[in-house]
Design a protein around this ligand. Sequence first.
Ligand code: KMH
Ligand code: ZN
Length: 274
Amino acid sequence: MEKLIITAAICGAEVTKKQNPNVPYTVGEMVREAKSAYDAGASIIHVHVRWDDGTPTQDRERFREVMDAIKAEVPAPILIPSTGGATGMTPEERLQPTELYPEMATLDCGTCNFGDEVFENTMPTMRAFGRRMIENGIKPEYECFEMGHLDTILTMAKKSEVPGAPMHFNFVLGVPGCTPATVANLVWLSSAIPAGSTWTATGVGRSAFTLAAPAIVMGGNVRVGFEDNLYLSRGVLAGSNGELVEKVVRLARELGREVAGPDEARAILSIRPR
Ligand code: KMH
Ligand code: ZN
């Protein structure tokens, strides 16, 4: 089995300091959280950005500032900026970080409920995002929140509307209103991807570690972080993204799976060095 790639989704677009005071907004706070996650064993940092007051933004220059500051402090990890942004943003707003030619970026694979909101990803939007990633040589992380999202993106890949093999999927399970974070759903999704693909499991909220453990033994990879989980265990707020990553590292050790460093992750994901 390949080594385990741990992604830290350090910020997200929805969570706030009111929920956990350690959620980062400023550039300095983003660097602090990225470093804590990397030091604990994360080889990928999934990046959303906020203005200093916490408002989510997809502003290209804010992404540049945050990603440059992270790279100055910790140059090694793969940075995956979000093209999902926050619900209600336009596709044009959301695409801005792709203008920075990151190694990877997220590509969301369909419309879904997102709590009380709707996260809209129409076919024309996804075609535009796929085209941009092909043109800019960006490897997508295909975010599947619903079972049907997988079929949608596989059909698009067959038509060369989005980058093809080897594809990397992130099964984000447990968002309120979307596919629940069950082992059965994870088995169904991970069995339906083309041979040679890679996948990550993200369990939202209380499912973080109950989805991480099966992903580790099934040969998948794991994402944790404040975007998805604010608690280390029941009633205990996480002090940093690093604490969440450390818990995954402990699980991996107990289950006998080694953890990949950033360059090992690049090799596993077939990312060409820029
Ligand atoms: N904030 C969510 C509505 C992504 O990063 O591509 C979408 C999201 C997905 O977080
Ligand atoms: Zn995200």
